[in-house]
Structure formats: structure tokens, C-alpha cells
Ligand binder design. Sequence first.
Ligand SMILES: NC(=O)c1ccc[n+]([C@@H]2O[C@H](COP(=O)([O-])OP(=O)(O)OC[C@H]3O[C@@H](n4cnc5c(N)ncnc54)[C@H](OP(=O)(O)O)[C@@H]3O)[C@@H](O)[C@H]2O)c1
Length: 236
Amino acid sequence: MTSALVIGGGGGIGAAVAQRLAAEHAVVVGYRDRRDRAEAVAASIGAGAVVCGADVRHEDGVAEAFDAAEKLGPIHTVVHCAGAWDFTRVTDLTEASLDDDYATNLRSALLTLAAAGRRVVDGGRVILVSSAAAYLAPGRQVSYAAMKAGLEAGSRAAAKELGKRGITVNVVRPGATDTQRLRDSTAEKAIEAMSSMPALRRLGTPDDIADVVAFLASDQARWVTGAVVDATGGLW
Ligand SMILES: NC(=O)c1ccc[n+]([C@@H]2O[C@H](COP(=O)([O-])OP(=O)(O)OC[C@H]3O[C@@H](n4cnc5c(N)ncnc54)[C@H](OP(=O)(O)O)[C@@H]3O)[C@@H](O)[C@H]2O)c1
């Protein structure tokens, strides 16, 4: 059986992705700190899933996550769902805060592309989760928007290099999606405002995003690569 690695599979969006991909692959549910959440996701899948705690800001953590997937079978699909945001004002950005954001949101994604290029099977799938912030450029998200825009550009460049092996590389770009992280990081009033912004007039759900990821991971998406797929319910 082939394997799928979901980096950030213990998170809100990642959990729904891991559950979808388990229909086709043995799944690694990746996490950094919250093992309990990852274990709950793996338990919801059953025998076809294991957890792996590895910090993908660093090369050795990325290698550890890929090792865990290879133990389950040749790696067919890698999904990078790790990420974090805050609402730092532009005037409060520092060298340290930027380095931290870079490591979490961009370096981890680029290291994942590098490892995927070395270790995913020919014809495999690589999918990275960006954010509508990359093009909406909301205030107080200068750094996050820049990192996600970088993730999108890097993914498209990697798609060009990896295409000769039949590997597709795509990005899914969610808008505000109803996860615990969103609830913990955002005031209720702001969430209400975010719910009314998309053309479809609600927050996204993790399942809304996971269905798009599952499509990109499927054979039906074999002719789609280097794409940034908007999954925002219509936000522009
Ligand atoms: N929710 C939204 O509204 C929204 C909107 C647009 C884009 N996104 C993007 O969607 C992705 C998932 O968001 P979410 O709301 O599902 O967040 P979440 O619930 O906090 O999930 C993030 C996951 O990534 C893991 N992670 C974070 N840093 C890591 C690291 N250095 N190494 C390994 N794993 C790491 C976390 O592990 P631990 O929990 O163990 O730390 C967690 O499993 C992020 O890339 C985010 O930027 C979210």
C-alpha cells in the first residue's frame, strides 16, 4: 500500500485531510506539540494511521516525518498543513518575529518540497496549504501574507522541476476556516465579520478544504499542476 504524509495532520484542517486520504493510503498524522490531538485523529482513522511528532521547521524533523511515511509504504501524497498566524502590526515586526514566522510558514514548506522531490514516488502528489492572506493582504498580517505568497511561488517553481517525474505540486488557498486555532486567535466579532465576507456567506469548514485537497491528490487531478486553487467560498 502507498502512504500519505499529512504534516499538521493533528490540526483542524489537517485532521479532515488525513481522514480523506485514509481511503486510499496508509496515513501519517504529523504534529509538533499536541500529540493528543494527532492521536485522536489517528484513532478516528483506525489501523491505517500512525502519528509522528516532528518539528518541520528543521531539516531533521522533515526527514523524520518522511521516514515515518516510508515505513508505511512508498510515499504517494504529501500535504503540508503546518502553519500559524498572528496579528502583529507592521510597526511591531522584529528580526526575531520574522525569522520565527519564516521558519514556521515558509521554510517548513520549502523543506517539505525538497524532501518530497527526493522521496515521493513518480506520479505522486504534493499539496501545500496557503491562505487567502497571500493575495488579500489584510492589515496586521504583513509577515504571514508574505510567507504564504512565498509558499505559493515556491510551489509553482517546484511543480516545473518535478513534472518530468509525473509528480504534481499544487496549493490550496483557504479563507477563514472554522478551526480551533481560528476560534482561539480571533475575536468573536471579527469571526462574524469574516463569515459575511465570502460570496457564499459563511466560514469555511475543514471538510470544505479537505475535499479540494483530496481531489488534487486523486487521479482525476492528474493534469493539474502548479495551480493555486482558491477554496474561500468566493473572497476577492
Ligand atoms: N483556519 C483558518 O482560518 C485558515 C485560513 C487560511 C489558511 N490556513 C492555513 O491552514 C493550515 C492549518 O490551519 P489550522 O487552522 O488547521 O491550524 P491548526 O489547527 O493550528 O493546525 C496546524 C497544525 O500544524 C502543526 N504544526 C505547526 N507548526 C508545526 C511545525 N513546526 N512542525 C510540525 N507541525 C507543525 C500543528 O501541530 P501542533 O498542534 O502539535 O503544534 C497542527 O497540527 C495552516 O497552514 C494555516 O496557515 C488556515
